[in-house]
Ligand binder design. Structure first.
Ligand code: GAF
Length: 359
């Protein structure tokens, strides 16, 4: 057993949490808006035991790295920032966390826009909840995970990823109102399955990326328009008064929220796919969070028969495309897409070849 190999004892508890793929509703969560993610089969698992000294010890199987950490240390800016952030926040809420040994394994792809960091946060929080019998529900775990990311990893993110990792499963999409945090499962369009292909352009969202800048632009737009958040605007015409680039940024958010609200109305796959294609165009042209490789991949996917729609998923600036495809066709569509993508000079890989959905 790997935990025992590293720490010399058996773990007290094991917990897992999935990555997520977002079908629609991108960059809406920090605008109090609507999102429609689902969990992916890939998970992060943590095994946790009590440390025999005064330090926490964190081991990542992926990085083959052991980090020793004292509660008084500055939090390192690597994979442990998410874990230490969760520990600090639990302490601030009055929950004493004794020194622990924590062993991480994960098959959630990193840098692909599939929420590997949220999966680590939620797995860690689930493990600590079980280990210490903490009275925290799944929504509270998501809120703590989000704050760990904002306060200790430098990404001023919304709450979609942590909510999805904490509350979603792979059977349905999860509609989340990110203002009230109310959630409801939404069936996938009938006769479909999901395909996720990585563009090969790794994304990095934290400090220095355009992500925090986009969020600031949205907040500035809401301030000028006199609303609490862009969620409070339903008519895209209302943003026409804004100066550029705020006009385009806000138009993306307003139209994207409207797309999600339409998508939850039991649409046929064809219409759902059109909304995904429109979402990609909006992210590319108005929100400017796509890159050439992702645009090329989305365009290839959108042109293949059997694909209802395809779009950049996640925070952007690289990462993966999600496609909604005809049931049973994901395998052949993936091969054709990768082949054409590579002939165009890019290096992509299939991440989730045929996520069967109960439709
Ligand atoms: C990242 C963030 F973490 C989410 O909160 C969300 O804003 C997403 O980008 C874009 O929709 O994954």
């Amino acid at each position: 057993m790997q935990f025992q190999r590293v720490f010399g004892t058996l773990p007290h508890t094991t917990a897992s949490a999935p990555g997520r793929v977002n079908l629609l509703g991108e960059h809406t969560d920090y605008n109090d808006g609507f999102v429609l993610p689902t969990a992916i089969p890939q998970c992060t698992t943590v095994e946790i035991g009590f440390s025999s000294d005064a330090l926490h010890h964190f081991y990542s199987a992926e990085y083959d790295e052991l980090i020793n950490y004292s509660d008084d240390d500055t939090i390192p800016q690597n994979f442990v920032s998410y874990i230490c952030g969760c520990l600090r926040l639990l302490e601030k809420e009055g929950y004493k966390v004794p020194p622990i040994n924590l062993y991480i394994t994960s098959n959630v792809p990193i840098g692909a826009g599939l929420s590997s960091s949220a999966a680590l946060e939620i797995a860690t929080l689930r493990g600590l909840r079980a280990l210490l019998n903490l009275p925290l529900d799944d929504v509270r775990l998501a809120q703590i995970g989000q704050q760990a990311e904002i306060q200790y990893a430098g990404l001023n993110c919304g709450i979609m990823d942590q909510m999805a990792s904490s509350l979603a499963d792979t059977n349905t999409m999860l509609f989340i109102d990110t203002r009230s945090l109310e959630c409801r499962p939404v069936p996938f369009p009938a006769g479909t399955e999901i395909l996720i292909i990585d563009s090969g352009e790794s994304h990095k969202l934290a400090a220095g990326s355009g992500y925090n800048e986009r969020r600031a632009e949205c907040e500035e737009s809401a301030r000028i328009l006199g609303v609490k958040a862009l969620r409070d605007i339903a008519d895209p015409q209302a943003v026409e008064v804004l100066p550029e680039p705020l006009k385009r940024r806000s138009r993306h958010v307003v139209t994207e929220n409207n797309r999600v609200l339409e998508a939850v109305k039991s649409l046929p796959a064809e219409r759902f796919g059109e909304l995904m294609n429109a979402s990609h165009a909006s992210q590319r042209d108005d929100y400017e969070v796509s890159v050439a490789a992702v645009d090329a991949l989305a365009a290839i996917l959108q042109s293949i028969p059997g694909v209802f729609g395809a779009r950049l998923t996640g925070g952007g600036f690289g990462g993966a495309c999600v496609a909604l495809v005809e049931s049973g066709k994901a395998g052949v569509i993936a091969s054709e897409a990768i082949d054409r993508y590579q002939r165009a000079g890019y290096k992509g890989r299939v991440l989730v070849p045929d996520m069967k959905v109960n439709s």
